[in-house]
Design a protein around this ligand. Sequence first.
Ligand code: PEP
Ligand code: MG
Length: 873
Amino acid sequence: MQTNELTLYAPISGLIVPLEQVPDEVFAKKMVGDGISIDPTDSSLVAPCDGTVLQVHRARHAVTLQSPQGVEILIHIGIDTVGLKGVGFSAHVQEGDSVSAGDKLLSFDADFVATQATSLLTQILITNDERVAGMQYSQGIAQAGDTALLNLQLTEASQKSTASNGATITGPEIIIPNSQGLHARPSATLAGHAKTFKATIHLHKTTQAHNTVQPANAKSVVALMGLELDLHDRVYLTATGDDAEPAIKALSTLINEGSGEDCLPINKEETTNSSTAKNTAPRQAPIDRSPINDTQALPVNGELHGVCASPGLVAGKIWQLVRTTLTIDEQGKNTQWELSQLDAALKQAQKDLTHLAQTADSEAQKGIFAAHSELLTDPELLEHAQGHIAQGKSAAWAWQQAFEAQATLLSQLKNALLAARATDMRDLGQRVLTLLAGDEQADNTIPDNVILIADDLTPSDTANLDPQRILGFCTATGGASSHVAIIARALNIPAIAGIDKRALQLPNDTQVMLRADTGLLQIAPAQEQIDTLMAEQKADNILNKAALSAAQKPAITQCGKTIEVVCNVGNIKDVNGAQALGAEGVGLLRSEFLFMQRANAPTEDEQTLAYSQVANAFGKGQNIIIRTLDVGGDKPLSYLPLPKEDNPFLGVRGIRVSLAHPEVFRTQLRAILRASHDCIANVHIMFPMITTLEDLRSAKAMLEQERIALNVAPIPVGIMVEVPSVAMLAEQFAREADFFSVGTNDLTQYTLAVDRGHPDLAKTADPLNPAVLAMIGRAVEGAHKHNTWVGVCGGIASDPLAVPILLGLGVDELSGSLPSLPRVKAAIRDQTLEQCQDLAQQALLASTADDVRELLQKHKHPAPSTQHRMLRR
Ligand code: PEP
Ligand code: MG
């Protein structure tokens, strides 16, 4: 027999707070339900009673239980925590699980969530409070699982509504305008309004295939949250009962207006286009290949502009890298023939994958291809495709439907690791589809000695380019500091990013000259123009040769100051030949490259080996700076659940990712500490994207704990100076960091508020802008007051032209791309510090980046009188 009382025990330890005091109207006004709040002193949530898990919110910040009596209890950790999209939270149960009072439900990283959310106040709410006739709650301090928090007197389960007479009315399709989807707050508002109508009201979610999922009772907050509606999802209401019509009208308007939240109006067309694009777009945005019309006409002077991604000058014919969109006929010839086509394509794909798995360079790649082989034999996938063929469809069409359906299914899974398999499914699907559609459609072979033009290249595309076969490349997207550019520099291929989109319309084999240094693609250049520039390049090559022959000598200014010149690397392969190019150590090991393009995070042993290999390539006394994982923003990892963010560069990125995933971070810290112990070079550790001292302290505390546990000696700890807050508070940071390394790629982005990969703003993202230089100057000034040395490892450090300014600002170390080092060293040897300081002062007073560039050009080629003046000083 069910009792008519229910005691809920505290699900978390902390101070009990009346709901009215919660700084969020929706909770304070009991719109979600009546209950109590706890200000937690703990970071795990346990079941307040026996029950069944009705729902775990996909952001893992809220869970709903149903007690055996049918009472629904929603426990919501923090305020505005839905926006963290699961980062910092772990779920220990899933929907449908039976739990006993005291069982662990959710846990969270209290330090992280506390700094990210408005409040950690945790609400315990009864969402079907029509079941509650009375409620008493405790006061003071609650002990999780021990303190009887709420005592509820229950009513009998309510009878089914009698209001469902009459016809069912269906409302219009509505697009969810809430940026965080229909989370607790808008759900509560909607349910609250729905309850004011007698009609039975349901909210339906329209799926992309225009099927519907189980509708939700619009009067139930939990049911509404259970729809997991996201921004731009499509829904409609149905209502049955006397007041169905006004209900539909009022509630449709309410949803349209954001269910009580401030939302931007929805542009229906945009969302329609983007949702279609999701279904059909190839990985690269489709390129308009139509003939150039009047508005797109090429400039009369034949010059298309972008920004230098990797310096150099080449002339040659262009080749457009187009990702083929295959044309597929829906109707098949006959079932038998189509089945045999599918069978043959699957066999061929299986063969190709086996070969790829056998010949792959790394274990990770082998694993990926082996997993693809496995997916290929998935019976559901095959049955799905065969089913379509049996209905008269072509093998290609049937296969596309089948793998897309599987991929969509995977991508909707809550488990981020499984959801990431959708990409594998699409890759694999495309492989078979290409075989079915015929090779001639997908011939992407790049001829030798061409200048490649593409809308975009992913870092892995770029890494796969053979520098021996490609003269250069231009991408319409990406800026000078994009990761594509970084890799292009490492490969020493001249490249332009953010090129005028009209370049994408040039026919293959158009003769061009790529003047990467000035970000210029010259169409059909005159032969004498090529000759002049080639002659200049020849002269430049002579300087390069001289610089190369002196590369291994130290870089000492004319006044006797030695500047340490080190290199930026991603892995051991990059280090080969580093000493020949004059690298005196590593100023930036971008450890994230070790984490990319693989199915799982590298293990501690794997990392230790990789770091030791890099460090062992250098000798005693040489500095090796290993930067901890810097992902997020433009560097996502398939196996690390990073939320999709509206502003990823302002979101969980750099050290924030590490602090949100302590298990990944601590593994890396241990690996770095072990590598430091094992080699003779001076291993340093550096944290990326530090913005606050709290972050630095948290990271250092974890490092120290791991160091003590491993019983190894301390290593120098530094930070990247990539955001203005660090430059502004340089003195404070310098007290707690052993060194700084200025990341001008990000510092420019954050100082000038320009996305570093923005194609149209690439020119604005100039690290020589006086504002960025002022940031560097301030960082150096603050650091030197506390004997903290300062390096620069952003792209500016690879630019010999910028060297005198950096020296003038007081920088102690320059870390550049390997090919740039000899010229950077040569540029240092040309300077006296006094001249540099003079120049830096003028640059700081300059108004624009162009003014600074002009100053630098003058400094490089002084007019005779100026030269005279400078020599006299
Ligand atoms: C930088 O921001 O300048 C930097 C060196 O870091 P990354 O380019 O890897 O973001
Ligand atoms: Mg950076």
